[in-house]
Design a protein around this ligand. Structure first.
Ligand SMILES: Nc1ncnc2c1ncn2[C@@H]1O[C@H](COP(=O)(O)OP(=O)(O)O)[C@@H](O)[C@H]1O
Ligand SMILES: [Mg+2]
Length: 374
């Protein structure tokens, strides 16, 4: 019987696991939030991932459970583990991708370099942090944020008044130093339950309005020292937290040449989409291998450079197909990925990958092809 992998969440990350699952002959099943989700093709159930009975019914017929996002509640995850279900990443690791305050505290224990940070339960605690950090800071809601939602630069405690008003008794916001960074990087590691790990090359990520726009792999100009520092940090976190599956470590490269950890994701990540076409083993296949505890694939790049450009928003008329002719004719070397999602301003609806010997060429190709879907 084929190996059965259940994915909770029906977004594009689940969708992009489908192709490598088919290639490997893995039976992939998705618990989607609603009809018509991006991963509809493999949706075997539709329901609420916060409801333990819905999730129990879904996982009954799979060998291992994994995720498209980190929002499944700890109670649900722990109930599955108690039922004897293989859950990867497990709740003890995933909590550090679910809560940025927990993550900061745990990374401090591990001695991983990170921005100055504090727990701010009220305006006066935030003001004290601002006073200590030149009057500027970044405030984050610890849970539920994505694509820059839940992240705000503040210059006075008033700037976060609305978030404090919504913070429950006993909860707090995360406040961080406003890092002066040269650029943002991401380090991906795959780790199996048995402990085997492989590291992808560190990449450069470009965020616009808090949303990933472009990725260059490997990070241009990254010397051995930088690449090794990023890999060591990634391996230390994957091992230290017991991550299973793909781990993405978002990093800042500071103006004074330090590397600081921004945040973690324990699933395939936008910073790794380039690897679908640019690495020997793409991150979606790698994630399936890792959660199924199969030998990991080679993460090496297939070409000196790859570029990934997100399609944000999508065609105004909503039709990708009407753009295929010109995009494919002009850029036969571009790899086009679309997510089956409706066009909406700023939404991630697809991406373009390009690989080759010349960085400028591959960046041009990916940008120019993506522009046809604007
Ligand atoms: N401490 C910081 N200093 C400077 N910029 C930051 C800081 N934290 C986050 N950012 C910027 O905001 C973006 C989104 O923050 P992040 O914590 O990664 O949230 P999300 O979960 O939305 O990705 C980052 O990619 C970075 O560009
Ligand atoms: Mg982020």
């Amino acid at each position: 019987m084929a190996l059965r992998v259940g994915v909770i969440g029906g977004g594009q990350l689940a969708r992009m696991m489908i192709a490598p699952a088919v290639e490997l002959g893995i039976d992939i099943r998705v618990l989607a939030e609603s009809e018509g989700m991006s991963a509809q093709l493999a949706a075997s159930a539709v329901g609420d991932y916060k409801d333990i009975e819905t999730v129990r019914a879904f996982v009954k017929d799979v060998d291992v459970v994994t995720f498209d996002h980190e929002h499944v509640p700890q109670e649900v995850l722990r109930a599955l583990v108690a039922d004897g279900v293989a859950v990867h990443p497990g709740p003890d690791a995933l909590r550090f991708a679910q809560d940025k305050l927990d993550m900061r505290a745990r990374l401090a224990e591990l001695g991983v370099p990170q921005p100055d940070w504090a727990r701010a339960a009220n305006a006066s605690e935030l003001q004290a942090f601002l006073d200590d950090h030149g009057g500027a800071a970044v405030v984050k809601t610890p849970r539920g944020g994505y694509d820059g939602k839940g992240v705000r630069v503040v210059r006075s405690a008033d700037d976060a008044a609305d978030w404090f008003a919504r913070t429950a008794e006993g909860d707090a916001l995360l406040v961080e130093e406003l890092v002066s960074f040269r650029r943002e990087l991401a380090q991906q590691i795959a780790r199996r339950p048995s402990g085997q790990m492989v590291a992808y090359p560190v990449v450069e990520t470009v965020q616009r309005d808090g949303v990933c726009a472009e990725v260059f792999a490997p990070a241009p100009g990254a010397g051995d020292r930088l690449a090794q520092m990023a890999e060591v940090i990634g391996r230390q976190i994957a091992d230290g937290l017991g991550v299973t599956g793909m781990l993405a470590v978002e990093l800042f490269e500071t103006d004074d040449e330090r590397i600081l950890v921004n945040e973690l994701a324990m699933r395939p990540h936008n910073s790794g989409h380039w690897s679908q076409d640019g690495a020997v083993t793409g991150q979606f296949e790698q994630h399936l291998r890792a959660v199924a505890d199969l030998p990991l694939g080679d993460p090496s790049p297939r070409a000196p450079y790859s570029a990934m450009v997100n399609i944000l928003g999508g065609p105004a008329d909503g039709s990708f197909e009407s753009r295929f002719d010109i995009a494919m004719t002009e850029h036969p070397d571009a790899k086009i990925h679309t997510y089956g999602k409706a066009a909406r301003p700023g939404r991630k609806v697809g991406h373009i990958n390009a690989s080759g010997d010349d960085l400028d060429d591959v960046v041009y190709t990916a940008r120019a092809a993506a522009a046809h879907f604007a």
